[in-house]
Design a protein around this ligand. Structure first.
Ligand SMILES: [Zn+2]
Length: 119
């Protein structure tokens, strides 16, 4: 059975479990996989940081109400958050790091700032 290098597709001689023709091809392949994963992490981190910055900007006092429109206008992305916190009453706050929001209905949101870390 003939095998070929995962990276450059050249035929491989030698051990049956070899996947690459050379160490250069091995590291080229691994670098490409790593940079794709790193790019994803960077993009998600950028969204989370922007979300946090928007919440912080709109909530200088640490507690306020705001419309969904205003958040969207600022470029807030509701798909990304770092964690949630559900109260005993069953209300779920969504957090981007220390900055959180709670949907109040009627397109209104309560913004809160968390002082201490809650897991
Ligand atoms: Zn190769």
């Amino acid at each position: 059975m003939s095998r070929s290098c995962i990276e450059c597709k050249k035929r491989i001689a030698g051990r049956a479990d070899k996947k690459f023709c050379s160490t250069e091809c091995r590291s080229a392949h691994n670098n490409r996989l790593n940079s794709a994963a790193n790019n994803l992490v960077r993009r998600v981190n950028a969204v989370l940081r922007r979300n946090r910055r928007i919440l912080k900007q709109l909530n200088p006092s640490g507690k306020t109400k705001i419309s969904q429109n205003r958040l969207s206008q600022e470029g807030f992305n509701f798909n990304y958050f770092t964690n949630t916190y559900t109260t005993k009453a069953g209300k779920t706050y969504f957090f981007c790091y220390d900055q959180g929001y709670l949907a109040l209905g009627n397109d209104q949101f309560a913004l809160v700032e968390r002082q201490e870390y809650v897991s």
